[in-house]
Design a protein around this ligand. Structure first.
Ligand SMILES: CC1=N[C@H](C(=O)O)[C@@H](O)CN1
Length: 298
């Protein structure tokens, strides 16, 4: 496996994994002993191990506003700020970011390279076969990055198919399936590293449209002179308009940790604290949700 690169920003240690799939066996074995170096805790009791270590490693995908490093070099985002609060209440004082691309979040989690995915990941049936989720902290629609003025008049996936637009989205994104469901040929989709690569590709005319969450496309186009975001819309799943919910992702064996996390998130929903944490990242009251992981996994 390629060695992780490490950079220091403002005294914080950020690890960037190059290849999360390679070397999974060796890392999995280390993880089984307790990735934080504590082997006295019974196998599978990740919460106890994290409490002993005092640090939880969060998988993030460098996506504003979910989990990213800001201009001041600080590790932040809605999911990251939420993780800081919840894990402290669970007896784990420190969070340690591990940055990777979106498609490597689930493989990286399942090979012990971080303890939880803190990237606002949408909860869906396919992912629920590989990982478990906390109940979502928000609900969300999709939108597109298009050239200024939206010259091809693209407002949803059906428009993209009809217009034969050159379509791109991020690696591992749920939006790949939404485009395929609408009739876009999967092998024609341009898969890009992330939303910044998507913006660059639209601005340069390499693609006509890049799909992402409504907040992702809004944030990344803020300073663009050549591209804009479209109005949020609900993709069709099984022919019906679908609202996504994004939540924290855990290894399938970590039900105890996930359940403890859920207790805290439900308290925060009830008290309004959840919204107070998410609001500075652009979330509105309409994006607060009563959806559950169980229903989104079906
Ligand atoms: C927060 C997020 N959600 C979508 C997904 O879960 O696939 C993708 O748009 C990537 N980013």
């Amino acid at each position: 496996m390629a060695p992780p690169t490490e950079k220091r920003t403002h005294g914080k240690r950020i690890i960037r994994r190059r290849s999360l799939l390679a070397g999974a066996g060796a890392l999995g074995a280390i993880g089984a002993l307790g990735a934080a170096g504590c082997s006295r805790v019974p196998n599978g009791d990740t919460l106890a191990r994290l409490q002993g270590a005092g640090t939880v490693r969060l998988g993030i995908a460098g996506e504003v506003p979910y989990g990213y490093i800001n201009d001041a070099g600080e590790f932040t985002g809605e999911a990251v700020e939420l993780a800081k609060v919840i894990f402290k209440r669970l007896g784990v004082d420190n969070v340690q970011p591990v940055a990777t691309d979106f498609a490597s979040l689930i493989p990286g989690l399942n090979t012990q390279q971080f303890d939880v995915v803190s990237a606002g990941m949408y909860i869906n049936k396919e992912r629920c076969q590989q990982v478990i989720f906390a109940d979502p902290e928000y609900q969300m629609l999709d939108s597109f990055i298009v050239r200024k003025g939206n010259p091809m008049n693209l407002h949803d996936y059906a428009d993209v198919v009809k217009a034969k637009a050159k379509f791109g989205t991020g690696t591992g994104y749920a939006e790949i399936q939404y485009a395929v469901d609408a009739g876009y040929k999967e092998s024609d989709i341009v898969i890009l590293q992330d939303q910044v690569a998507g913006l660059n590709a639209v601005e340069a005319g390499r693609i006509d449209v890049f799909a992402g969450t409504a907040l992702t496309t809004r944030e990344v186009t803020k300073k663009s002179r050549k591209a804009e975001h479209t109005e949020p819309f609900a993709p069709l799943v099984d022919g019906k308009k679908h609202v996504d919910g994004g939540g924290f992702t855990f290894r399938p064996t970590d039900t105890k940790l996930r359940d403890a996390f859920n207790v805290e998130i439900h308290k925060m929903k009830k008290s309004g604290e959840l919204f107070r944490i998410l609001q500075p990242f652009g979330f509105t009251k309409a994006e607060m949700t009563t959806l559950t992981a169980e229903e989104l996994c079906r």
